[in-house]
Write a protein that binds this ligand. Structure first.
Ligand code: GDP
Ligand code: MG
Length: 755
């Protein structure tokens, strides 16, 4: 099958084009560096199917970053039948820099002038005919986003793919051209493919070329002795880069006809003056984040509860009460959706339960089977699925922030501050991706050049609480509120997310000053311009998330809950136990065995006889974090035999109320519950994330990473529990932290002096 490669700068719209061409749903983000792997898809509207490859974004073909190496090797070794060079037409000059290098390779090229919709909107114009003439390749104006002209682009690329194209360079310095030619001939004699490209790269003294074709270097050196450039001496790499830029500004820049000379700052600039302000930037980010949590979790929307109380009585008895509001206030969209879904799942589970009860009474089935279906399957599954609306809600908001271009600003703001602590804004890109899922976030760290920075980043990615951890947060926060009738779910979840971020920052600082020392590489990220997020793209994100979640619920989570059900329903000699006797089950004995480990964290031996469920839940979370709540769902029914549901009779034991009931029966305290959340958030992540960490980390660092997760989560949770229970212990923790900082400082000074 013919294959075409999409090559272009980061954020030029390659993935958007890829998705439009192939109907895929690869992640598109409005910041550079989202695609770090190559992706494949098929375009089917031509005479034959064409394989399309989305390569990582690059600014040049030099070998300095892994993206550059991946893309360059693909083009040279896999020989695509045509390169589609995707260009952000709103940034014509910068994007053409890469084009001038691609032209030197002997491969058919079509230039896709993308984002032409934006260019037209700005009132600008590009002289395409002239551009085509100067480049010597076909140029097509497209909009990947609006799917404009993309079929034309493919037809032209298809046509080109039958032709042979010989590389040519725009470098016209006479002496340099002579050298290029001489070396090119040497390469041709050796029958090396792409002689022109290799010749130029060798002259640039590119590391990869030096390794492969070092025997031709004497020729370059000989030339160097006779060559003298006033500006660059014999730094050929700089010299060549300079001639490219000169050529672009002389020949291509005039082809962009601006509507008016843009003396004023653009709208993006004006917004950025506020959003990326030195002082206001972070507070604004925190406020935006809070509102996202507020809209997702609050049961007192915009804090109107006080006012609402006055009018609430006039709505009393409405069927929407409970769904849209409660006596305490108006529900947020996230809560409304959750209530809606829970009312459906509650209804289904009560139908199933009643049906099974009848069957058991008439002796049609064994009570064990009924319990298996009720608790093992339905209970665990629904406990988890009930959180889908809030997960999606949170994601929708995060996607909006990302797609609008704001998240790129956050990385920029944070870079400015954290550079001092040994962190670059580049490492915040994968960290913030961690809010979605740790797996792609860890893969994204491939772009971090400094190995120690990469390791430190991978270690803290799980602290950026992912979607799967959300049920733990929400359910337990809900439980805490029912316990004390104080605070709001949104406050608790928001604080926990912040806590995760703070722990990440603190531990990175510690690592970067001890075991993971290294330079902070410069962070050059061009801020993408703001745009209104595209409805279609947002829906694709959400749809992807839903598919992933539902698939996981019905496979790994279901399997785990069934497994848990078996362990809690049988004793060691394989006799089935009725619910009241769960304390004799295999699970109970295992739980009781590991329970003491968690005593310092507040959810260990100090709980009542059924308190081991917390220990078990924490362990099941290692498979998938949703399992924590799934496990509660399975165990709740058996544990809370003595639990009296609220008198209004609206709540069944599934979902949120399972956790509330557990809290009541186990006697767990609020500090211990917070410690439980913190533990699950920061300890070893799920299997999938651990596997990614293992794949991405250097071999020697993996074991240390597991230990790091265990130690961090234990210290953090222990601190939360002890300080929450005995406030004065905070002095001890602060003292230890201060002493640790001093020790690190002195050791570092000592080491420095010794060197
Ligand atoms: P990549 O880094 O090259 O893969 O770029 P992406 O496909 O991730 O796109 C970067 C940003 O540009 C996203 O926010 C897209 O929505 C936006 N974008 C892509 N194509 C177009 C287009 O044709 N017009 C406009 N206005 N925006 C686009
Ligand atoms: Mg991409």
């Amino acid at each position: 099958m013919k294959h075409f490669a999409l090559v272009g700068n980061p954020n030029s719209g390659k993935t958007t084009l890829f998705n439009s061409l192939t109907g895929s749903t690869a992640h598109v983000g409005n910041w550079p560096g989202v695609t770090v792997e190559k992706k494949k898809g098929t375009y089917k509207k031509l005479n034959e199917p064409i394989s399309i490859i989305d390569l990582p974004g690059i600014y040049s073909l030099s070998p300095y970053t892994s993206e550059e190496v991946i893309s360059r090797n693909y083009i040279l070794n896999e020989r695509p039948n045509c390169i589609i060079n995707v260009i952000d037409a709103t940034n014509l000059e910068r994007n053409l820099y890469l084009t001038t290098q691609l032209l030197e390779i002997d491969v058919p090229i079509v230039v896709a002038l993308n984002m032409i919709d934006q260019v037209n909107k700005n009132g600008d114009q590009i002289n395409v005919e002239e551009l085509e003439k100067k480049l010597g390749v076909t140029v097509v104006e497209i909009s990947a986003l609006k799917e404009k002209n993309i079929d034309v682009l493919m037809e032209k690329a298809y046509k080109e793919s039958f032709k042979k194209r010989e590389g040519r360079t725009i470098i016209d310095d006479k002496d340099l051209s002579n050298l290029i030619n001489k070396i090119k001939i040497a390469f041709e004699e050796e029958k090396v493919e792409n002689p022109l490209f290799h010749s130029l790269k060798l002259i640039e003294l590119d590391e990869l070329e030096k390794k492969d074709y070092g025997y031709l270097l004497p020729m370059v050196d000989e030339f160097k002795n006779t060559f003298k450039n006033d500006l660059f001496g014999t730094d050929f790499e700089a010299l060549i880069a300079d001639s490219r830029y000169k050529y672009i500004s002389q020949n291509f820049s005039p082809l962009l006809i601006k509507k008016q000379k843009n003396k004023f700052e653009t709208k993006s600039d004006r917004i950025d003056r506020i959003l990326t302000n030195k002082w206001a930037g972070i507070p604004i980010f925190l406020v935006i984040l809070f509102f996202i949590f507020h809209l997702t979790f609050s049961e007192n929307l915009f804090f109107l509860g006080g006012l609402f109380k006055n009018v609430a009585p006039s709505f009393e008895g409405s069927i929407f009460e409970g769904l849209l509001w409660t006596k305490e206030g108006i529900n947020s969209p996230g809560v409304i959706l959750t209530n809606f879904l829970t009312s459906i799942t509650d209804w289904i589970s009560s139908l199933i339960e009643n049906g099974l009860d009848n069957l058991v009474e008439s002796n049609a089935i064994n009570p064990g089977i009924a319990s298996f279906i009720n608790n093992g399957v339905v209970g665990g599954l629904f406990a988890v699925i009930g959180f889908l609306p809030q997960i999606l809600c949170l994601f929708l908001f995060f996607s909006i922030l990302e797609d609008s271009g704001y998240m790129a600003r956050v990385a920029f703001i944070l870079d400015r501050i954290f550079r001092r602590f040994g962190l670059s804004g580049r490492s915040f890109v994968p960290m913030i991706m961690g809010f979605g899922c740790s797996v792609p976030a860890m893969i994204n760290t491939r772009t971090l050049a400094d190995e120690n920075e990469k390791t430190a980043t991978i270690r803290v990615i799980p602290f950026f609480s992912c979607g799967a951890k959300l049920p733990i947060l929400t359910a337990i926060a809900g439980g805490i509120i029912s316990l004390v009738n104080l605070g709001n779910v949104d406050f608790i979840t928001y604080s926990m997310y912040l806590l995760g971020m703070v722990v990440a920052i603190v531990t990175v600082i510690i690592m970067r000053h001890t075991t993971m020392k290294g330079e902070v590489p410069p962070f050059i990220m061009e801020l993408p311009s703001y745009h209104i997020p595209q409805f279609k793209a947002l829906m694709l994100h959400l749809w992807d998330k839903t598919k992933h979640f539902v698939k996981k619920a019905f496979t790994i989570i279901l399997a785990s809950t069934i497994f848990i059900w078996f362990l809690q329903s049988f004793s060691w000699n394989w006799t089935y136990l009725p619910e009241e006797e769960m304390s004799k089950s295999i699970l109970a004995s295992i739980g009781q065995l590991i329970q003491p480990i968690f005593t310092p964290l507040g959810f260990g031996s100090q709980l009542t006889s059924v308190g081991w469920v917390f220990a078990v839940a924490a362990i099941t979370g290692l498979v998938a974090k949703e399992n924590v709540i799934g496990t509660f769902g399975v165990l709740a029914a058996a544990i809370v035999i003595g639990f009296v549901p609220p008198e209004d009779g609206t709540e069944t034991i599934e979902g949120l109320s399972a956790v509330k009931a557990l809290i009541d029966t186990t006697g767990i305290t609020i500090p211990a519950l917070l410690s439980f959340i913190a533990f699950n958030m920061t300890t070893i992540p799920c299997f999938a994330a651990v596997a990614s960490a293992k794949a991405e980390l250097p071999k020697t660092k993996f074991k240390g990473t597991i230990i790091f997760w265990l130690v961090t989560s234990f210290i953090l949770s222990c601190a939360i529990y002890t300080i929450g229970t005995w406030w004065w212990t905070s002095f001890i923790f602060i003292a230890v932290l201060v002493i640790a900082c001093f020790v690190i400082k002195f050791v570092n000074q000592y080491l420095e002096r010794r060197n």
